[in-house]
Design a protein around this ligand. Structure first.
Ligand code: NDP
Length: 301
């Protein structure tokens, strides 16, 4: 069994990014700039935002945090999005989700200029990804593609099962895996894997286990601890665990521990490749955001 060490690969990519950004600065150019908009005080969102800002700073990307109280109106937030769209010193920005109930997430996301949409969530970017056009790809699927690529796990002709159909993980993941690799287009990563036969599963899927047993690669993004068990996995398969779930753990100081969607202990005995949680997909997601920021900077200086 080979552990797909996202922490190690993300650290290698951060070093590569740091070198590229140092080279830009040595040429007298300004560094790339990412703005992060956060609304309210959701503790998980505050942690994610802090981690993103720290990761930017480590590679030399300028990070700006823009915080609003939870009672900001939708129109005021839209005005901020328009301001960031027009700010030529900002290469990319994200609006941390979830937003308070009185604000429509889709209205906010749709207002972001797709060239600055480093989360890859605008309808324009999603559509461009579907059509194989240069685009900013959603961070988690992009990170998973990069992880597979760096471990030389081929996807061509393979059966990839994606469990989960969310807009941020499942759908774009399935799209990347089924796509023809459009390597010749500018802006596409050299790691454009694809050419797989893809099955997307969700909570209404019948006999998930039987479908999974036919998979060469299983990507689980369900948010359901222990969903993928060893009897659902073909010997030699590659398993990518996107899930992040808190479960009670009285023996830990925090009182909980983080686990994925995969029964790691048993599945790791059957699989050839597997990601740990934490330390697998999570670090790759953050590093993809940094890559997208540099891509936005390079394509629209
Ligand atoms: P969503 O809740 O938006 O989507 C979950 C999907 O899984 C849905 O499509 C749902 O089906 C499906 N699903 C849930 N339970 C089952 C089941 N028992 N069998 C089959 N399908 C099921 O979640 P996200 O995509 O946003 O996130 C998924 C997980 O990944 C979460 O744990 C999240 O925390 C984690 N995550 C991790 C990231 C990282 O960087 N590592 C980044 C983003 C997310 P249906 O559509 O029918 O409801």
């Amino acid at each position: 069994m080979i552990l797909l060490d996202g922490k190690k690969i993300a650290s290698e990519i951060r070093a590569e990014l740091r070198d590229r950004i140092d080279a830009l600065k040595a040429q007298g150019k300004r560094p790339p700039c990412l703005a992060v908009v956060i609304v309210g005080h959701n503790p998980a969102s505050e942690t994610y935002v802090a981690n993103k800002i720290k990761a930017c700073t480590e590679v030399g990307i300028e990070a700006r945090k823009i915080a609003f109280e939870a009672d900001i109106t939708e129109s005021a937030l839209l005005a901020e999005v328009e301001r960031l769209n027009a700010d030529s010193t900002v290469d990319g920005f994200i609006v941390q989700l979830p937003l308070p109930d009185h604000i429509s997430e889709s209205a906010i996301l749709s207002a972001i200029d797709y060239r600055k949409d480093v989360d890859g969530l605008t309808p324009e970017n999603v559509g461009r990804t579907v059509q194989g056009l240069p685009s900013l790809v959603s961070a988690t699927p992009k990170g998973i593609r990069e992880l597979l690529s760096r471990y030389a796990i081929q996807t061509e002709g393979k059966h990839v099962v994606v469990i989960g159909r969310s807009n941020i993980v499942g759908k774009p993941m399935a799209m990347l895996m089924m796509q023809r690799p459009y390597l010749s287009l500018p802006g596409m990563s050299a790691s454009s894997l694809g050419d797989a036969t893809v099955t997307v599963c969700h909570s209404k899927t019948r006999d998930l286990a039987a479908i999974c047993r036919t998979a060469d690669i299983i990507i689980v993004a369900a948010g359901s601890p222990g969903l993928l068990t060893a009897d659902m996995v073909k010997e030699g398969a590659a398993i990518i665990d996107v899930g992040i779930n808190r479960i009670d753990d009285p023996s830990s100081l925090r009182g909980y521990k983080l686990v994925g969607d995969v029964d790691f202990e048993h599945v790791s005995k059957v699989a050839e490749y597997i990601t740990p949680v934490p330390g697998g997909v999570g670090p790759m997601t953050i590093v993809s955001l940094l890559q997208n920021t540099l891509q936005a900077y390079n394509e629209h200086p």
